[in-house]
Design a protein around this ligand. Sequence first.
Ligand SMILES: [Zn+2]
Length: 378
Amino acid sequence: MPVPHNWRVFKPAVIIFSGALLFLAGCATAPTDNSEPPPPEWTATNAVAPPPAFRPIPRIQPGVKTNLPPVICTNPPPPTIARPAPILTWTSLDRWAAGQKLIAPRRLGNSPVTAYAIASRNGTMILEIGSRDATWNGVGLHLGFAPEIIDDQVFVHGLDLQKNLEPLLLGEPLAFGPSRVIVLDPGHGGLKGGTLSILDRRPEKEFTLDWARRLKPLLETNGWTVFLTRTNDTDIALTNRVSFAEARHADVFISLHFNSAAPDKKQSGLETYCLTPTGMPSTLTRGYTDFWQEHFANNAFDLDNLRLALRLHRALLRAGGEEDRGVRRARFMDVLHGQHRPAVLIEGGFLSNPQEAEKIESAAFRQKLAEAIANALK
Ligand SMILES: [Zn+2]
């Protein structure tokens, strides 16, 4: 997917223009990526360079122009619970790596974008200059802020260091306690069918429920106690899905969905979402204002959310052979931000893409997706 990264425009123009830019993802809707924040304030310390001009990194799907359709699977965020001070500094990646006793980042080349790799015992992260797209051990990960080159040095935003680079490069792997209670949330249900298959208009709710039903016994075999927020064609309020997990003292929450970019038929691939860390712009806003200073209960699990999302995303990519659309952040998803446990939402493919819809409608493919998650949580 092409990502322009050499824009320099006035902020008012960015605001107007970014409202018109769409990239398609999410349940039965064509969401906008209007997540670009105003430029952060910069501070002058010996680790921080002067601010570059504000450079928006819109993600554009060529040929897509549409008005926002109604949102089906999400609600506006509830009130926030705290407003911690944001991290507003940018740091030289060379200086940070030296401080962590890591080898200095290595430049990979300039084509098609200038990229740098930084590695530790845990793996390798590749950062693209002027782009929020990154990879962790080969799996797509969307940063909060695009790294910049300033005076021939790579500068990375402090929140990306804290929420992406540090936990992955320096942290411990995700581990689960002995209780191992998991809540699976088959998206939609009842009158809220989710998106429709382009092949035969079968609703998303059928496929998400089948996916969860296939996954439950596999996880139980691996020692998990498994609860489903719905076991039949019932409409459950999103907040009730959260309280359901709360009542069962769940250690992990996974919401299962399939995607749509209708009327676009070309987009395909896997997306895994977790809650946006406070102070960071979201990857996806789906038309909601992205109040990026808001802090939610689930932000206490930012690091495990990311580790869980990456682990599941990697396993699903291997099993399903889908295009990697990356681990993403969103803060408008009601099933995520009230959770007191690691929680992710998986969009397991596009029902608006004929080839992918055919796969999703196949029981064998849904079994593969179930086995991938079960294996990732062994
Ligand atoms: Zn959905």
